[in-house]
Design a protein around this ligand. Structure first.
Ligand code: PEP
Ligand code: MG
Length: 899
């Protein structure tokens, strides 16, 4: 028979699955001999069985036996009119879930036992009645869903009658008797039943309410947000009551063994004299700092410090504790490994390592790779976030906060920023490569469409610019030069603040906080003496020593490359060359290439582009001297370098109407129409471009190799990897190599240069490529997984439009997570495994990496380690995240305690 109920003495801290976090830790503390009130836990299995099958007589019977034992231990009976046992009923899932049902206190009181309680507490009728009214209030609210306001208003009325500024504590025994009657009638009004007088019925209802709360909306929302499984269930803890509201020698508080906000090693917490636990949480009265307890009750304070010390040494981690002092006696009601800020977790891990409390591997697992990049970014100050309501919310596409004046076109963004020195936020429906110049001139980017892998998001992350994408409430009216969001009108030039951490958009300039780590990273001497920097340096050192995966960067410019190298990048895994085709001078040449009617005309365009690209590559090879640089030949469809079809059609039509000469525009329009594609993502792009315009890739290879020669001549060691994108068949790669390798060889021979490293490879970013990787690998020195396109083509989800429905997909569990953020292991991951295994089998010298956005996502990095890839490549600002994740993949599972 399944055992559904465990006494505290029967459990331990490792039984969280069954007893929930609270129950497991209460059991642990009981067995450590700490002063925990007696009690028992009903298991998560009971909860799950109840949710499926309804009432469970066998569990009730078992709970009855444990209740009997509790009564014996306390020498009191539940509902005894003379001397009632009171209990608290507390929910407690495996992971702490603050959004869930919490606690019902004082259960067991009724109209009769309240008098018995008064007698047992030296005739303290006021205390007993206060306990009863609290019980009705909590039971009504939590178990029966009576609106909390109804009770609060009645309480306020009672206080008002006592006089201005009256507190709860000013209500006397008679006032409370009146309030009890009032509360009972509120209860009756809302539930159509009398307040239950039978304590066993009270207990049964409370237990079932806790079970049901597992499926409540708040709990479900919290779980989705925090990626907690719905299948765990919650346990219920029944604990003998102790009272912190029995006078000035009583009280209740919350203590942390270290400061959860900055990690400092000093006891931290709140204390509220003469109060019950919920008063602290509800903020009804101002709490005292924990340290003041030393003055009020030095004995209990000393004991508490001792308990804190014992717990820290026992759990090898920072613990938070709920405690109550009843008439000078300290009781510990709960402990758990305490939540902490991203900042504090680094400081604590560093200190604890230093103190010998934990070892290096444990320290590595104490810091959350998912939150690491937060530490480098400016953020909207907490008090501003509390005060201000956002006008819109989108996807947190690129972290950091930014303030700027709203502009609606890339040209204006550039002009305002460059000419007027203004700080701007570029607001677009979505962005295209044409907007690049305006994007990099902006403080932040806001788009109303597009997902976390849209053009705007990818560029923003690459450049380290904060971005909010897919904010659907933002409706842009380009004519009016304004946007509206939930009724607020924001005009061009108005200041807004965007928060790329949570996707919120605010009007006006919100105060921002600078990051100490970023200051230290760029060399600020003072910041470098701060503990957070010392912690970061030390733990990253440990991470680098432990990881197996190499970490490269996706970087397209010399500046990005140097930045990435400073952050620890060991090469470039993806240099996208498309931006090298932008800028007025280059676009003219690109258009000339597109319009060329003869090979000679085309060659003129290539000749114009070649020196410009060569210059870019020289800069990148120098920045990455001695480290491999994977250059990807041009990938996007050519129409991206031409005007938009619709705008150009309108322009031509209007011009013609006005009798203007539109011959030239019409020629362009004809070409734009010719190149127009219904599905550009599946169109003439990637290697298809190379096949369609053979001179294009040859020109790129020439500029790469000439640049490498130039760097070699100046004493450098360029390590070149040339990558052909979007290959689907082995012959595509074989033919390209056959055309391009001689181009490279000819230059090297002519210049008399030998490169230490020159490789040819391809991206694996189409399902067909993945499943025929064995064949493709015979013509490749390396593979790099383009998981953005691989995800797009495996799911058939457009990477630019996923934002429209991914939320609903996650909510309905149609996908476990956004597959553009975290690799979809069963589908895309399986394709990767096939490609990696079969590619290596066919070509044992093949090296394999990843350069899709997933290369900087901790869970995906772990998967890449498991696949045995050689490296991951990610945006420069995620290099540290990838280094840490790669180490965590080796060391073990991250144990999140983060707030
Ligand atoms: C990819 O598809 O994963 C990739 C890295 O290429 P891009 O994002 O440029 O298409
Ligand atoms: Mg791609």
């Amino acid at each position: 028979m399944t055992k559904y109920v465990y006494d505290f003495s029967e459990g331990n801290k490792d039984m969280k699955d069954l007893l929930g976090g609270k129950g497991a830790n209460l059991a642990e503390m009981t067995n450590m001999g700490l002063p925990v009130p007696p009690g028992f836990t009903i298991t998560t299995e009971a909860c799950l069985a109840f949710l499926v099958g309804g009432p469970m007589p066998e569990m009730q019977q078992e709970a009855g036996v444990h209740l009997q034992a509790l009564q014996e231990a306390m020498g009191k009976q539940l509902g005894d009119p003379e001397d009632p046992l009171l209990v608290s009923v507390r929910s407690g899932a495996k992971f702490s879930m603050p959004g869930m049902m919490d606690t019902v206190l004082n259960l067991g009181l009724n109209d009769v036992s309240v008098e018995g309680l008064a007698e047992q507490t030296e005739g303290d009728t006021r205390f007993a009645r206060d306990a009863y009214r609290r019980f009705i209030q909590m039971f009504g609210k939590i178990v029966m869903d009576v609106p909390a306001d109804a009770f609060e208003h009645a309480l306020d009325d009672a206080k008002e009658k006592k006089g201005p500024n009256a507190q709860d504590t000013d209500l006397d025994s008679d006032d409370l008797a009146g309030l009890i009657e009032r509360f009972k009638s509120i209860y009756r009004e809302h539930t159509k039943e009398d307040f239950p007088q039978d304590p066993k019925e009270q207990l049964q209802l409370a237990i079932e309410a806790v079970f049901k709360s597992w499926n409540g909306k708040r709990a479900r929302d919290y779980r989705r947000q925090n990626k907690i499984s719905d299948d765990l269930g919650t346990a219920v803890n029944i604990v003998a009551m102790v009272f912190g509201n029995r006078g000035d020698d009583s009280g209740t508080g919350v203590a942390f063994t270290r400061d959860p906000s900055n990690g400092e090693r000093a006891p931290y917490g709140d204390y509220l004299p003469n109060a019950q636990g919920e008063d602290v949480v509800a903020g009804i009265r101002n709490t005292l700092k924990l340290a003041e307890l030393e003055r009020l009750d030095p004995k209990s304070y000393g004991e508490l410090l001792e308990v804190m010390d014992t717990l820290e040494r026992h759990y090898h981690d920072m613990c938070d504790i709920e405690f109550t002092i009843e008439k000078g006696k300290l009781w510990i009601l709960q402990t758990r490994v305490g939540k902490r800020t991203a900042f504090a977790e680094w400081v604590m891990a560093y200190d604890m390592l230093d103190e010998g409390l934990i070892d290096e591997d444990t320290a590595l697992l104490r810091v959350d790779a998912n939150r690491l990049e937060e530490l480098f970014k400016r953020r909207v100050a907490e008090d501003a976030k509390r005060r201000e309501d956002p006008i819109a919310a989108g996807l947190n596409a690129s972290p950091g906060a930014a303030i700027g004046a709203v502009v609606f076109t890339a040209d204006e963004a550039e002009r305002w920023a460059k000419d007027d020195g203004a700080k701007v936020i570029l607001v677009r429906r979505e962005t295209t490569p044409d907007d690049y110049h305006g994007m990099i001139a902006s403080q932040g980017i806001l788009t109303s469409a597009g997902g976390t892998n849209s053009h705007a998001a990818v560029v923003a992350r690459g450049e380290g610019i904060p971005a909010v994408c897919g904010a659907g409430q933002v409706r842009i009216d380009f004519e009016a030069r304004a946007f509206t969001a939930n009724g607020t009108v924001v005009r061009e030039g108005d200041m807004i603040t965007i928060d790329g951490f949570d996707g919120h958009v605010y009007v006006g300039e919100q105060p921002l906080e600078e990051s100490v780590l970023e200051k230290a990273r760029v060399g600020d001497a003072r910041a470098r003496t701060e503990k957070i920097w010392l912690a970061f340096e030390r733990l990253m050192g440990v991470a680098d020593a432990r990881r197996r995966l190499r970490v490269r960067a996706n970087a397209d410019t010399p500046e990005q490359s140097s930045n990435a190298r400073e952050r620890g990048a060991e090469g470039i895994g993806l240099c996208r060359t498309e931006h090298m085709f932008l800028g007025p001078e280059r676009v003219a040449a690109v258009q000339q290439m597109i319009f060329a009617e003869t090979p000679e005309e085309e060659q003129v365009a290539y000749d114009a582009l070649l020196p410009l690209q060569r210059g870019d590559f020289v800069g990148i090879f120098k920045a990455m001297d001695g480290l491999p640089v994977t250059v990807r030949l041009l990938d996007p469809p050519l129409h991206e370098f031409l005007p938009d079809l619709t705008s150009l059609s309108v322009e031509v039509a209007v011009g013609r109407e006005r009798g203007e000469d539109v011959d030239e525009q019409e020629k362009i329009l004809a070409k734009v129409r010719q190149l127009h594609e219904a599905n550009p993502m599946l169109g003439l792009r990637g290697v298809r471009l190379g096949i369609f315009k053979p001179g294009l890739y040859a020109m790129q290879v020439r500029s790469i190799i000439e640049a490498a020669c130039e760097v070699r001549f100046s004493g450098g060691d360029p390590m070149v990897e040339i990558m052909i994108p979007l290959v689907a068949t082995a012959p595509e790669l074989t033919q390209m190599r056959a055309e391009l390798e001689p181009v490279a060889r000819e230059i090297l021979d002519r210049e008399g240069v030998q490169l230490s490293h020159l490789e040819w490879g391809t991206m694996i970013e189409l399902p067909r490529a993945a499943v025929t990787a064995g064949e493709i690998a015979r013509s490749a020195d390396f593979f790099s997984f383009g998981t953005n396109d691989l995800t797009q083509t495996a799911f058939g989800f457009s990477r630019d439009d996923i934002g429209k429905f991914v939320g609903l997909y996650e909510e309905r569990k149609l996908v476990p997570a956004n597959p553009f953020v975290t690799i979809d292991v069963p589908g895309v991951g399986r394709l990767m495994r096939i490609a990696s295994d079969e590619g290596r089998e066919a070509n044992p010298a093949l090296h394999v990496g990843i350069c899709g956005e997933h290369g900087g996502d901790p869970a995906s990095v772990r998967f890449c380690d498991d696949l045995g890839l050689d490296y991951v490549s990610c945006s420069p600002f995620r290099i540290e995240t990838a280094r840490l994740s790669a180490a965590q993949a080796v060391v073990g599972a991250f144990a999140s305690a983060s707030a």
